[in-house]
Every structure is written in C-alpha cells, then in structure tokens.
Design a protein around this ligand. Structure first.
Ligand SMILES: Cc1ncc(COP(=O)(O)O)c(C=O)c1O
Length: 396
C-alpha cells in the first residue's frame, strides 16, 4: 500500500508533464514539426564542446577506480576548491573548499537543505509565482510551504506580506532569481529588502531564519540584467546551484550548495549538509560529473541562442496583442491570460497545437508560462498560431 503522501503526490500530477505528454501524443498524430511545445525547461543548446572533450580525456587518462569510485560525501576537495575560487573571483565572496558541498543538481541541493533544517510543521515561505516542485521538496520533510501572493505586475517579492507571514515556525524563505516561471530577475532593492526583513525578524523572534537562494539560472541574464549574489546581502544564506541550465547538463545531475562563513555556526552547518547528502541516499554527487564541471567551471552554454529566442517571442506575442512580463533571465516568458481562467486558456491553445503551462500550477492564476528553450524556427512558425489564438480573444 502506498503512503498517504505518495497518493497525494500521484493525484497532483505535474501540469508541465501532462501538457508535455499531450504534446508527444499530438506529435505522433500530426508530426512533431507541427506541435509547438513550450512546456518543458529542457535546455535547447548542447553542452560546451569542452565538456565532451573533458569527459573523453578523463576516461582515457584517469584510474577508473578513482574516476568511478565513491567520493567524500561533500565532494572531491579539488572540485570544491575550484567552485569556491570561481565564486570568489566572480562575486567577491569569501568561500573556501569547506564551504561547498557538491550535490545531485539543484533539486538535490534544496532537498538536502530542507532535510538539514526542517522539523515537522516548520514553515518555508515562497513568493508566487514559484517552481512547483517546491511543494514536494518541503512536504518531503513534513514541512509547510507558505505562499505569498504574486505582486502584479512586477513580480518582485512583496516585503509587507513577507513581514506578516513570518512567525515562530518560520525556518526559511526560499527564493529563485532569475525566476522560473516568470523570467523576472529580483532587483537589488528586493534582495536588500528581504535581508532587512529577515534580520529584523530574527532579532524579534530570537531564532535563525535561513534564506535559500535557488539559482540554476544565475548566468542566463539578458539586456544587461544583473544577478545580486544573495549571501553578500544576508548572512544566513544557502546558495543552491546547478549546472543543469548553465552548461546544458540537466540529465547529469550536478550542482552544489555554498555555505557562507557569515552563517551562524557555518562549519557545523556544512558538516550537517554533508551528513544529509549521505543519509538521504545521494551519498555523493556523481564523481565523473564533479571532475568534468571542475574543468568547465568558466564555460557557458550558448546564451545568444536564448537571447534571440526571447526577443522573437516577446516581439511576436506583443504584436499579437498579448501582455507579457518582460523576461530578463532564465528561458521562460510569462504571458497574461486574456481570460481570468488560465487553465481554460491553455486548454484552448491546444486547438492550435500550442502547448503552454498554466500559471495556477506555479501559484499564479491568470498567467501562463512559455519555455522558449526550443528551436528558433519553431518560435517563428508559432507566431501565426498565436495570432489566430489572439484573434479569438479579440486582441487583434
Ligand atoms: C527554479 C528551479 N529550481 C530547481 C530546479 C531543479 O534543477 P536540477 O535539474 O538542477 O535539479 C529547476 C529545474 O527546472 C528549476 O527550474
């Protein structure tokens, strides 16, 4: 018999997966070139050439027992050192190898942090719209996800609501910038504002409140947008990073947690994070991938590709009469549904074989998400479909 929690998870099937599976079915019926699938956040550009070359070199030159063996639970020391140095060079931080724990992607990183800090019924606050897996990541440890309503139309975090939401049960605030699903990048003012509220509340309540920064899209920035490195603004910050998007490696499951020295008891926390990685059964991040990302730490997937897609999509949809939140990062565009019911709008878009994900599944009814990590010509060809859709809603 399945657990009650698993039964619940089965019922809450991911809206993204559902629309993706529908798109696959349609593809078999009408040809995949005729399906305009904007549902999945799977990178559309290959990993940098150096990544493949590195894998081959490692396979040819390293002792296989070492290459494929268990590593320290926190990861290989030289890899952690390379990550720390890379962060310090780029963001002016003060990490050392001991501050870094290599993880199984950002999903593994966030689950590891939750395992480390949550007792049952502890609360984690998120700002909608938010990545829908957070519900599961917090429920996995019997915590409660507290959702702050979207701040229209900027989608910057609502600090007044944050103040009201914090109480004795609050263990953490979980943020994600550049944001999935909105493509919004949090401003420096927002990050400073969150830090001020948390500092004030920590003092008032006499307890630590962690800020967890989920940043797999940190490098995917457009139009001069900037990422403000969160641990420089707030002491008790966990940085959860992934190479899934920046190096186009989502299937390889590699990322890290960075624990700043400003965090209360940081060495004990780092040891606890390492222990959580082990006892969750991850044991260690994939060894070969650790070594490969060390060699590719300064590499990046093709940002220009996403920048071009973003511009074509934004211009095209605006011309059709749709209203969009201006995407400054990640590879998502958030479009205002022309009717209040975003689920119905997504259903209707299927008539033109446009696969969109409803905003309700990200805690933001009234909007829909388009993942533009697709072939550029698909975006170009989809415009006539969007024009027909817009016409039906009187937008043209
Ligand atoms: C906001 C956000 N966080 C975490 C993840 C999980 O990333 P990973 O593949 O590194 O586990 C994703 C994946 O799409 C994401 O969009």
């Amino acid at each position: 018999m399945l657990s009650k929690q698993t039964e619940k998870a089965l019922q809450n099937r991911s809206a993204i997966r559902e629309i993706f599976e529908y798109g696959m079915k349609r593809g078999q019926e009408i040809g995949f070139e005729n399906v305009f699938d904007f549902s999945l956040g799977n990178p559309a550009t290959p990993a940098p050439k150096k990544f493949d070359e590195t894998i081959i070199k490692l396979e040819q030159t390293m002792d296989p027992l070492k290459l494929h063996g268990y590593t320290d639970n926190a990861g290989i020391m030289e890899v952690r050192d390379a990550v720390a140095k890379n962060l310090n060079k780029r963001f002016g931080t003060d990490f050392e190898a001991k501050s870094i724990v290599m993880t199984v992607g950002a999903g593994g990183a966030i689950n590891t942090v939750m395992k480390t800090i949550l007792d049952p019924d502890d609360e984690v606050i998120v700002f909608a719209p938010y990545f829908s897996e957070y519900d599961n990541y917090v429920a996995n440890f019997y915590g409660k996800l507290v959702k702050i309503a979207p701040n229209f139309p900027t989608f910057q975090p609502n600090l007044d609501e944050l103040k009201k939401a914090i109480n004795k049960k609050t263990k953490a605030v979980l943020i994600n910038t550049p944001n999935n699903p909105s493509g919004i990048v949090y401003s420096e003012e927002s990050i400073k504002g969150i830090a001020e509220v948390l500092r004030e509340k920590q003092k008032e309540l006499g307890q630590e409140i962690y800020l967890i920064s989920d940043e797999p899209y940190r490098e995917l920035l457009f139009d001069g947008a900037k990422h403000y490195f969160v641990s420089k603004y707030y002491e008790n910050t966990f940085i959860c990073y992934s190479f899934s998007k920046s190096l186009s490696l989502p299937g390889e499951r590699i990322g890290y947690i960075a624990i700043p020295k400003t965090m209360a008891d940081w060495e004990k926390v780092a040891l606890a994070i390492k222990t959580s990685t082990r006892i969750l059964g991850f044991v260690n991040a994939p060894a070969l991938m650790q070594m490969a990302v060390k060699e590719c730490i300064d590499e990046q997937s093709d940002l220009e590709y996403y920048a071009k897609n973003r511009q074509i999509l934004l211009d095209g949809l605006t011309k059709c009469g749709f209203t969009c939140a201006k995407p400054e990062g990640a590879f998502y565009l958030f479009l205002k549904s022309p009717i209040a019911d975003d689920v119905e709008f997504c259903e209707h878009a299927k008539k033109y074989d446009l696969m969109l994900v409803n905003g309700s599944s990200f805690g933001c009814p009234g909007y829909v998400r388009l993942a533009y990590c697709v072939a550029t010509d698909k975006i170009e060809r989809s415009m006539e479909k969007f024009a027909l859709l817009a016409k039906e809603y009187g937008l043209q």
